[in-house]
Design a binder for this molecule. Structure first.
Ligand code: F6R
Length: 616
């Protein structure tokens, strides 16, 4: 949460910072602010509650000095409401130092009291201002900005990224990182800092990772990274795999609409290079060699939200294919439940951003307990892969809309690929079964493209339902996580009550919710499924119809058994049972998008949310 950008170089820092913030807005959009430092030693700040556009309009109306050093922040409020005063930057050293912060300083209360006792005054309710005043006081003593930062971070508890500039140090930005994300962008005679590479990808594709408990000082011609004790550390440079245009809206009305349209590519690109001669090929699974994978006797998948629903699908598939027990646990529950872990446990973390703090802390916990770690992640250079023995990158491309869509189908694809790899390593599927499953997966991109075309009428359906106050979603087995995903998307985008249930659970309570007119989406298993789930779900549909529900069925093309009982049927192409979720989810993503659009809501930046949850 909170987006951070820093710049030193010959160009207009106002332009660079506002451009960076516009790409980072998905990290938080309660307020935005920048501090710019001119070569003549003038520091100017401007900040506003509300979306970034409020700040941009203000800067257009009343330009700031055109300095060549600066920092910028887009906020997701934690301590103190979304007001002008609580927006970052915060000032220290009598207004000569500006600081921005992402994270939570857990011991801010005693530090604030200490500063109040020393006669300092505060203008905000934030934890961050404490750090600004502390660094300002430390700088006054030494005149060394990096040293001042080092002295202060030693006193802070919690997770944080801090960036500072001081008017006596033009051409210098100092950053510090503990748990919260920070990356360096290397330019030619200019350098950048950002919460993620989106902050500067417009200017450079060269990035450098910064580890935990490290401090970085950037100047136009130099980058110095040390640990919190001041010892120089080695860094790793990498090339950003996507260019700036990948994170542009490119003519689409919203990022979410664009990203749903990219779902076929997300699956296709995640498969790319990983299927050779009909078999899954993972040439580089780091420490997870075939021998290690052969010794694994239990898997725990950890993730949050949509990524956790992908994890549930991973569980069904891996258990069926590799015959290993798999549990799925929400990351924030994981370490508090005292999980039993050892070197025969594989902990698979699933995260689009690679920065979700709950998942990151769970991964670190599992590592300390001796478990093996595999990360399924969409973001190069992010924190979670760094803490894992191996990573399978989902190649969905940058996901900008706050609600995850294309990353979800890419995560399922990566989990399925891994499940098939594990089955091959352990010999639990025959060569013919492996090939059949790989072929099913390879057919998915074209089938999703078909669903996108077939879903064009959903906008009209959603338009009729714009006033609806509650929608339920039912699914069984692999349809169940899809029901949960359909409900989550509707809650977060359209702000209406939505719940997903395992259809079998209906008669154990939730059926009491059904009253005339209640809209229920049902994910219907294939009638070709050898289990009897299809007929059971059709019976469930009849039960809710008998009580007045309005049923929208997502069913296999040609499923005649559903037609008499559904008010609407959204057909999906034929696929083997494990692969249907990759198709069934698409109309649900579109439905949530269309309903939110019909209600006039901002689908890319829903209220109260941020894309990367980097505070616990
Ligand atoms: C829902 C959504 C969230 C994320 C969750 C995990 O649309 O986007 O539920 O899936 O916050 O985020 P990552 O995958 O970045 O760890």
């Amino acid at each position: 949460m909170c987006g951070i950008v820093g710049y030193v170089g010959p160009n207009s820092s106002v332009t660079v910072l506002l451009g960076g913030l516009s790409r980072l807005q998905y990290r938080g959009y309660d307020s935005a602010g920048i501090a710019v430092l001119g070569t003549d030693g003038v520091l100017e700040t401007r900040k506003h509650a509300g979306k970034l556009q409020v700040l941009i309009d203000d800067v257009d109306a009343l330009p700031l000095i055109d300095g060549q050093t600066g920092i910028g922040h887009t906020r997701w409020a934690t301590h103190g409401g979304p007001t002008d005063a609580n927006a970052h930057p915060h000032l220290g050293d009598d207004g000569k130092l500006a600081l921005i912060h992402n994270g939570i300083i857990e011991n801010f209360a005693p530090l604030k009291q200490e500063l109040l006792d020393a006669g300092e005054t505060f203008t905000s309710d934030t934890d961050s201002e404490v750090a600004a005043i502390l660094v300002g006081r430390a700088f006054r003593e030494s005149g060394d900005l990096t040293l001042a930062m080092r002295q202060v971070v030693a006193r802070l508890e919690g997770a944080f990224t801090l960036l500072i500039v001081h008017q006596d140090r033009p051409g210098e930005v100092v950053g510090a990182r503990r748990i919260s994300p920070l990356v360096i962008g290397l330019g030619d005679g200019e350098n950048f800092l950002g919460s993620d590479v989106a902050a500067f990808v417009e200017h450079t594709r060269r990035a450098v990772e910064i580890g935990d408990d490290q401090i970085v000082t950037i100047r136009p011609d130099s980058v110095e990274v040390t640990d919190f004790a001041g010892k120089a550390v080695e860094t790793r440079e990498y090339e950003i795999a996507w260019d700036a245009s990948a994170s542009e809206k490119g003519g689409w009305s919203s990022f979410m609409r664009k990203e749903i349209s990219e779902e076929p590519d997300a699956v296709y690109n995640t498969l790319l290079g990983r299927v050779v001669d009909g078999a899954v090929a993972f040439p580089d699974l780091g420490g997870l060699t075939d021998e290690v994978l052969g010794s694994i006797d239990r898997i725990v998948i950890i993730a949050c939200g949509t990524a956790a629903y992908a994890g549930m699908l991973g569980k069904y598939a891996i258990e069926a294919w590799a015959r290993i027990p798999v549990e799925v646990t929400l990351s924030h529950e994981f370490r508090y439940s005292g999980p039993i872990l050892n070197d025969r446990t594989l902990v698979i973390s699933v995260s689009q951003s690679g920065e979700t703090i709950d998942t990151l802390m769970a991964v670190k916990y599992a590592k300390v307990e001796g478990a093996r770690g595999l990360s399924i992640c969409n973001t190069q250079g992010s924190s979670i892969p760094r803490e894992s023995d191996a990573v399978i990158y989902t190649h969905a491309g940058p996901e900008v809309a706050v609600a995850s869509t294309k990353a979800f189908v890419a995560q399922i694809t990566a989990l399925y690929l891994f499940g098939l790899h594990l089955a091959a390593v352990r010999g639990s599927l025959s060569a013919a079964q492996l090939t059949r499953n790989v072929e099913e997966l390879q057919a998915i991109p074209a089938k999703i493209a078909e669903v996108l075309v077939a879903s064009e009428g959903i906008g009209q359906l959603a338009g009729w339902m714009a006033d609806t106050r509650s929608v339920l979603f039912l699914g069984r087995h692999v349809g169940y996580p899809i029901a949960l995903e359909g409900a989550l998307k509707l809650k977060e985008l359209a702000y209406i009550h939505a719940e997903g249930f395992a259809a079998g659970e209906l008669k154990h309570g939730p059926i009491a919710l059904i009253e005339p007119g209640q809209i229920v989406f049902v994910i219907v298993p294939s009638p070709r499924d050898p289990s009897s789930l299809h007929s059971k779900v059709v019976s469930n549909i009849q039960e809710i119809r008998a009580r007045g529900a309005r049923v929208i069925a997502i069913a296999e093309k040609g499923d005649a058994a559903v037609l008499p009982y559904a008010d609407e049927v959204i057909p999906i192409p034929l696929a083997a049972p494990f692969f249907e979720p990759l198709l069934a989810v698409v109309p649900l993503h579109i439905f949530a998008l269309e309903l939110a659009t019909a209600k006039g809501l901002d689908v890319d930046q829903p209220r109260n949310l941020a894309k990367s949850v980097t505070v616990e």
